[in-house]
Write a protein that binds this ligand. Structure first.
Ligand code: ADP
Length: 146
């Protein structure tokens, strides 16, 4: 522990349907635990279209949104709240870039995802990109906590 100020954060992580179907729930959880972040809540969910429209509110008007909706409703997902210093930036680095082809080996997307051609990008995990997004997304997937 250094002298840098603490920045304890919470983030919302989703193991997407491809991650669940391909047996990567445990791998994602292990990577969270290996970095000594704390899992505060975890559950399996069948996402509704309404939850997805809220979660992806910045993408609903994109031409590829129907593909995202179809992909994200193709099976259950696992929603996780994880906590720790600088976890938002750190977990985004652990996940790797959106495009699996661009994701370096060693990242979650670089190890467990690849391109499948046209259509929704199947990239195993989601994680919040800011503290504001985390607050919003935790309400969407864990409404019973508020
Ligand atoms: P990230 O998940 O890396 O934060 P975005 O918020 O930009 O990325 O996009 C959300 C999700 O939408 C991506 O993870 C991916 O599954 C899907 N997606 C993003 N851009 C595209 C695209 N151009 N074509 C198909 N699917 C996309």
């Amino acid at each position: 522990m250094g002298d840098a100020p603490m920045n304890e954060e919470r983030t919302l992580i989703l193991v997407k349907p491809d991650g669940v179907q391909c047996g990567h729930i445990g791998h994602v959880i292990s990577r969270i635990e290996n970095r000594r972040y704390e899992i505060k809540a975890l559950k399996m969910v069948n996402p509704t279209k309404e939850q997805l429209r809220q979660h992806y509110s910045e993408l609903v008007d994109k031409p590829y949104y129907p593909g995202i909706e179809e992909f994200m409703t193709s099976g259950p997902i696992v929603a996780i709240i994880a906590e720790g210093d600088e976890i938002i930036e750190t977990f985004r680095k652990m996940a790797g870039p959106t495009d699996p082809t661009a994701a370096p080996a060693g990242t979650i997307r670089g190890d467990y995802a690849r391109s499948w051609g046209p259509g929704p990008i199947k990239n195993v995990v989601h994680s919040s990109d800011s503290a504001e997004s985390a607050t919003k997304e935790i309400k969407i997937w864990f409404p019973e906590r508020s």
